[in-house]
Ligand binder design. Structure first.
Ligand code: EPU
Length: 423
């Protein structure tokens, strides 16, 4: 199994390019199942989750053609089967989102229930409630959701009980081919939802309001093909900005959209960073200073993203002062804390493990560590970069799910990081 070995102590300095957003690309792959013609997706990141999604489409019999630049062409009309198997859905929850598109386009779908996850129980009740409101008949059998919509889906008025990114995307996709108008209220507003809506509209859908809490979808008879480039990954960009701040460095991320990261850059300014932005870049300069601790509460967009919480905890470990970080999206998203403590971090978990109180120390010490989720794992990379000595991070297949060429990108910024194999 691969590991990452990091010799800490170097400042990150230089330039890098943001990759395409994983969480956008995955849903756009699912959306391609709605089209009668091929959908070509550009700026797709080279990641394990993307490979899993391609495998899933392949298992449905869908033809997927990829060129050397990772432009991916999906021919939904070659579909032969309507079952997404447990083996694939359990490795990546986002694959559950093929249910709605298959149901809307072909009137049937059978998708394994995703089950629990390292960061929380993550139910799909809002997805299923939304599909039922659109007229789907849904049964549970042997761990699978079996859905039918024989006369097609029907437009409806749906109020989500709380903000759900996957739920909003799923029902928005399904409603594109429903008969009549669908109004979704209390929607999540993440940029990935806007990206998905833009792709669907380019396929001929009629969606307005994506990015606000009310989305209106007027159903159309069929969707065609299109070419769509995925937006830059704001979580990847944010991760590198935090890593640079934690190492007192200076970096410029090309291709990044500052509009999507304003809450983070606000926090990094509080930490002492100078931030400059352009149309498609963000630059951070710590001028060699040690960061100051920051406090925050995670929240749905435009609040502070849960997907950057672990990375900020890593920064706070060596910051001046004490920071309090409260997680409100997932119930079990502080696994990194236990590993960071093994590196000498001073962190107390409070409030039934919903809040981390981090007292900055001058230096972490390298150690062997591991984590069982993507963002926790990358936060240990940041901890390794600021630690004294060698950190070996195990189970890095989690990192490979969401960070394209991470060691190459970090090495270009001056980090001493290698991938090794434990055999
Ligand atoms: N929830 C329910 N019922 C539902 C749906 C969600 O109870 O039917 C709960 C979840 O358990 C969670 C909260 O609602 O506690 C919010 O979940 P949401 O549906 O918003 O999250 P998601 O769609 O499952 C996406 C990202 C996550 C990111 C969250 C929040 C993808 C593939 N995943 O998950 O990304 O943390 O939104 O922004 O888009 C990651 O990239 O590391 C990652 C976990």
């Amino acid at each position: 199994m691969d590991q990452l070995m990091i010799e800490g102590g170097t400042r990150l300095c230089g330039e890098l390019r943001a990759s395409g957003a994983k969480n956008s690309a995955l849903k756009i792959f699912a959306a391609a199942l709605l089209g009668d013609e091929p959908v070509t997706i550009g700026n797709v990141p080279h990641l394990r989750d993307i490979t899993t999604m391609i495998e899933l489409l392949g298992s449905l019999g869908v033809e997927v053609v990829m060129d050397e630049k990772m432009n991916i062409e999906i021919h939904a009309n070659t579909i032969k089967r309507f079952t997404a198997p447990y083996d694939l859905v359990k490795t990546m929850r986002a694959s559950f989102n093929v249910l709605g598109p298959m149901l809307a386009h072909y009137g049937q779908a059978e998708v394994s229930l995703p089950g629990g996850c390292a960061i929380g129980s993550r139910p799909v009740d809002q997805h299923l409630r939304g599909l039922k409101a659109l007229g789907a008949e849904i049964e549970m059998e042997n761990g699978y959701v079996k859905a039918h919509a024989n006369g097609g889906l029907k437009g409806s008025h749906i109020y989500f009980d709380f903000s759900t990114v996957g739920g909003t995307e799923h029902i928005m996709m399904a409603a594109t081919l429903a008969d009549g108008e669908t109004v979704l209220e209390n929607c999540a507003r993440e940029p990935e939802i806007v990206d998905l809506a833009e792709c669907l509209n380019a396929m001929g859908a009629d969606i307005t309001g994506a990015g606000t809490d009310t989305i209106t979808i007027t159903g159309v008879k069929s969707l065609s093909g299109c070419r769509h480039d995925v937006i830059a990954d704001r979580i990847e960009t944010g991760t590198y900005l935090i890593a640079a701040a934690a190492t007192s460095g200076k970096i410029k991320v090309q291709g990044a959209k500052h509009d999507h990261l304003e809450v983070l850059t606000g926090k990094l300014k509080e930490a002492g960073a100078e931030i400059s932005v352009g149309d498609d870049w963000i630059e951070l300069d710590m001028q060699g200073r040690r960061p100051r601790a920051v406090s925050l509460v995670t929240a749905p967009y435009p609040g502070f993203p849960t997907d950057l919480q672990a990375q900020i905890v890593a920064l706070n470990c060596i910051a001046e002062g004490t920071g309090t970080v409260r997680e409100t999206i997932f119930e079990n998203r502080f696994m990194h804390v236990h590993e960071m403590k093994r590196m000498g971090a001073q962190i107390r978990l409070e409030g039934n493990n919903t809040t981390a109180n981090i007292e900055g120390v001058c230096q972490l010490k390298g150690a062997p560590v591991m984590a069982n989720d993507l963002r926790a794992s990358v936060s240990l990379v940041i901890a390794g970069l600021i630690a004294d000595g060698t950190t070996i991070i195990d189970r890095i297949y989690h990192i490979d799910r969401g960070y394209e060429h991470i060691e190459e990108k970090l090495r270009n910024l001056g980090a001493n990081i290698q991938r090794t194999s434990s055999g």
